[in-house]
Design a protein around this ligand. Structure first.
Ligand code: FAD
Length: 306
C-alpha cells in the first residue's frame, strides 16, 4: 500500500477554534477537530476571549487537545487586563500541560474601548513575547496586520511593532483576515524590505455571514471590497447559497495566494469544519484514504488487486 502524503505541494495548514460555551457547541467543536485532523495541520489553536474572558476554558480545551489527540495544540494568550504574574501563571500552566505553542497577543478591552495596560501588566504583545520566553522556550506566533492595526500611528510604525515581536522571539506571524491576495502580497513585500524574515502566514476567514464579517472587518480595519458585498446581496435568508459563495470566494483567494508561492495557510474555522475542509481539498490537501477511495471507480477496475 502506498503511503499517502496528506498535503501536496508542501502545503502547511493550521486551524483556529474558539472555546465553546455549551455542551452542544462543544460536541460540534470536537466534530470539527476530528474532521480536520486528518489533514495533518501544523498546529491547531484556541482563542482567548476578549479581555481574557475565556481564560480557564481556553486553557482547559487546549490541554485536552494536547492530551487526547496527536495534534500540536497552541493556546492563545493575551495580556489585556491582567498583571504579568497572572499572565506568566497561565503560560506556566500551558507549559505544564505539555502545550509549548502560544499565539501571543495584546488583546482588546471587552467593551471595544481604548487599550490601557494593566498597571502591573505587559504593555504590548512585544513585551508579552519577551516575558513568555523567560518562562519557557515556547514556539510563539504573533499577529500581523496587512491593512494596518487601527491603533498604529502609521503603516511603518505597525511594521516596526511586528519586527519588535519577531525580534523578541516569535517564530512566525499570522495575519488578520483580508479579502484580496494583493493586500497580503504587498504587505509581505513591505515586511521583507523592513527586514522581517520570519514566516507571515495568511489568516483566511471564509465568510458565510456577510453582515457579521463586515462588522468584524470594520472593527479591525479590514477593507471589504464592493464585489464581495455584491456577491452576498439579497442572500440574507438563503444560508445554503451563502455557504456555496463562501467556499467559492475563499478557494479563489487561496488559489491566488498559492499561485504566488504561498504554502502556509491559517484558517479561522469558527468551529465549523466543512468549509475549511473543502478549501483545503481544493488547495490539494488529501486526508489518508481519500486518494484510495477516488481510485476505486468501476472504470478503473481492480488492477490493484483490492
Ligand atoms: P500589539 O502587537 O501590541 O500591537 C497593537 C497595536 O498597537 C499595533 O498597531 C502597534 O503598532 C501598536 N503598538 C504596540 N506597541 C506600541 C507602543 N509601544 N507604542 C505605540 N504603539 C504601539 N484577540 C483576543 O482577544 N484573543 C485572541 O485569541 C486573539 N487572537 C488573534 C489571532 C490573530 C491571528 C490575530 C491577527 C488577532 C487576534 N486577536 C485576538 C486580536 C488582537 O488581540 C487585537 O488585534 C489587538 O488589538 C492587538 O493585538 P496585538 O497582539 O497585535 O498587539
Amino acid at each position: 500500500m502506498s503511503v499517502v502524503t496528506p498535503l501536496a505541494d508542501n502545503l502547511r495548514v493550521s486551524f483556529e477554534f474558539f472555546p465553546p460555551k455549551t455542551r452542544e457547541t462543544e460536541v460540534d467543536l470536537w466534530h470539527a477537530v476530528e474532521r480536520l485532523a486528518p489533514l495533518d495541520p501544523d498546529f491547531v489553536s484556541v482563542t482567548y476571549g476578549a479581555g481574557g474572558s475565556t481564560r480557564d476554558r481556553t486553557l482547559g480545551l487546549v490541554a485536552r487537545m494536547a492530551r487526547r489527540t496527536s495534534l500540536k495544540a497552541a493556546g492563545h494568550l493575551t495580556c489585556v487586563g491582567a498583571s504579568r504574574e497572572e499572565v506568566d501563571d497561565i503560560a506556566r500552566a500551558y507549559r505544564d500541560a505539555g502545550v509549548t505553542r502560544i499565539v501571543a497577543l495584546r488583546g482588546d478591552t471587552p467593551d471595544g474601548g481604548k487599550f490601557v495596560p494593566h498597571p502591573q501588566g505587559y504593555s504590548c504583545a512585544a513585551e508579552l513575547v519577551e516575558g513568555l520566553m523567560e518562562v519557557h522556550d515556547f514556539d510563539v506566533s504573533v499577529a500581523a496586520y496587512p491593512e494596518v492595526h487601527p491603533d498604529a500611528a502609521s503603516a511603518d510604525a505597525d511594521l516596526d511593532n511586528l519586527k519588535r515581536k519577531i525580534d523578541a522571539g516569535a517564530r512566525r506571524a499570522i495575519t488578520q483576515f483580508f479579502f484580496e491576495a494583493d493586500t497580503y502580497l504587498r504587505f509581505v513585500e513591505r515586511a521583507r524590505k523592513a527586514g522581517i524574515t520570519a514566516p507571515i502566514v495568511p489568516g483566511i476567514l471564509p465568510v458565510v455571514n456577510f453582515k457579521t464579517a463586515r462588522k468584524f472587518a470594520e472593527a479591525c480595519g479590514t477593507h471589504v471590497p464592493k464585489w464581495m458585498e455584491r456577491a452576498f446581496e439579497g442572500l440574507e435568508d438563503d444560508p445554503n447559497t451563502r455557504q456555496l459563495i463562501a467556499a467559492s470566494l475563499a478557494v479563489e483567494l487561496c488559489l491566488d495566494l498559492k499561485a504566488q508561492g504561498v504554502r502556509d495557510f491559517h484558517f479561522y474555522t469558527l468551529n465549523k469544519a466543512d468549509l475549511t475542509y473543502a478549501i483545503c481539498h481544493m488547495l490539494g490537501a488529501r486526508a489518508p484514504g481519500e486518494r484510495t477511495r477516488t481510485r476505486r471507480t468501476p472504470a478503473e477496475g481492480t488492477e490493484d488487486g483490492d
